[in-house]
Design a protein around this ligand. Structure first.
Ligand code: AMP
Ligand code: MG
Length: 410
């Protein structure tokens, strides 16, 4: 058996980052930026009002109030043609350019309109309620550096520069292939001994959920020829490939042998010291060095194996620096019994905030690598280390699978 951390390190050491591509900005959120982006335009590009009110000269204001003549009105998108002189003001809307001569704005709530005059009750300092040129962004300023993940706000920043495309590490295209003579696709009738292929739809969903492009590679039969044919096609069309089934010690577990052939030096079949998901095969194949992950066929094992090996590797391939899910300490409200074997146990659990402000494991799902329904409602994976007791009241590390489910901390 190989330790989990060693198995993960083997995979990680062989993952190469995808070459940058130019993406339309609208397609790029969630992608990792590959080249420095500098501002070409100042934002704001001109001094403008941050309030609806009156543009005026700060030095005209006095304690006790001053009466000014309103000489123009300017809305966002317009530029006033007047120059504001002594004793004058211009009615101004939020976002409108500050008229020449004016150096501040008095908000409407602090002004009293009297016919064609306005009374400004307070003193103001130059720059009050004015958004200055380049206050947010100056020309030449670094907006994004390689390694930054483009957020929705980042999309806004690029749009604010008139930038329409950006160099990013592409969203990996991830192929998913099921293997197994017993598998039936979709809703078709089940013959004797047949089961439905549920790993492939689950993995396709996991790939999409992780932000990658899922490519359905269908089902291969349990023959070296069928598996080889499917994988040869996949490594030209995809940036990574996931297979399920055929990596254990059964007579027809040919995925591991095919991967060993295709991957050569970079292939390895492992018996990882974890439960579930012990068997795992990995290879890097072809000139594009496409990683192929051979996951076990039992659905809960498939899911756990995806979390531990595939998801972090896909993120690395896409250039991410943070590879892991949020992983936190939680207090056990329920005991996580485990036999005294040499494995790290990964237990699907429910976690929730407690009134004490800490995260708690409130429930543990029924265990068994074939019991997928039992774990479908879990929102975290508890990592129970070798030799740990994991009694109620103790702390355990949890990999949070669904951060949205946590909600507001007390
Ligand atoms: P294997 O790893 O191929 O020995 O498969 C282990 C167990 O998982 C067997 O009971 C298979 O029938 C089952 N299995 C394999 N692939 C799938 C799949 N795609 N969907 C559901 N169960 C599967
Ligand atoms: Mg099989």
């Amino acid at each position: 058996m190989i330790e989990l951390s060693d198995a993960q390190a083997f995979v990680h050491s062989r993952i190469s980052v995808l070459e940058p591509e130019e993406y339309a900005v609208a397609r790029a959120p969630g992608c990792v930026i590959a080249a420095t982006v500098r501002a070409q335009e100042a934002v704001p590009g001109f001094a403008n009002s941050s309030m609806d009110g009156f543009a005026l000269r700060a030095r005209d204001t006095v304690e006790g109030g001053v009466r000014l003549r309103v000489v123009d009105s300017v809305r966002a998108g317009e530029v006033s043609s007047v120059v504001v002189g002594a004793g004058q003001a211009v009615r101004i809307m939020t976002g409108a350019a500050l008229p020449e001569g004016a150096d501040c704005v008095c908000m409407i709530e602090e002004a009293t309109v009297e016919g064609s005059d306005v009374v400004i009750a307070r003193t103001l300092t130059p720059g009050a309620y004015v958004r200055g040129v380049g206050e947010d962004t100056e020309v030449g300023q670094v907006l994004f550096s390689p390694g930054d993940v483009l957020s929705a706000a980042g999309v806004g920043v690029l749009a604010g520069q008139g930038v329409t495309s950006v160099a990013v590490h592409p969203r990996a295209r991830v192929g998913v292939l099921s293997t197994g003579h017993e598998l039936v696709t979709g809703a078709g009738p089940l013959g004797p001994g047949q089961i439905r292929d549920l790993n492939r739809p689950m993995l396709l969903a996991l790939v999409r959920e992780a932000g990658f492009v899922a490519v359905d590679l269908d089902v291969a039969d349990d023959t070296p020829e069928d598996i080889t044919r499917a994988l040869r096609g996949a490594i030209t069309a995809c940036d990574a490939v996931i297979t399920t089934g055929g990596v254990s010690v059964g007579d027809v577990d040919f995925v591991k042998t095919v991967l060993a052939e295709l991957g050569g030096e970079d292939a390895r079949w492992m018996q990882v010291a974890i439960k579930p998901a012990k068997p795992f095969a990995f290879a890097v194949v072809g000139p594009r060095r496409v990683p192929v992950f051979g996951l076990p066929g039992n659905p809960v094992s498939t899911r756990v194996s995806f979390e531990l090996f595939v998801r972090p590797a896909l993120r690395a391939r896409a250039g991410h620096r943070v590879l892991e899910r949020p992983t936190l300490d939680a207090i056990l409200d329920v005991a996580l019994e485990r036999p005294a074997d040499d494995k790290i146990h990964l237990v699907h659990v429910r976690v929730a905030w407690g009134d004490d402000g800490a995260l708690h494991v409130t429930d543990a799902m029924r265990r068994g690598s074939h019991l997928l329904h039992a774990v479908a409602a879990a929102n975290a994976l508890a990592v129970v280390p070798t030799g740990a007791r994991a009694h109620a009241g103790e702390r355990v590390r949890v990999i949070v699978l669904d951060t949205d489910s946590l909600g507001v901390a007390p």
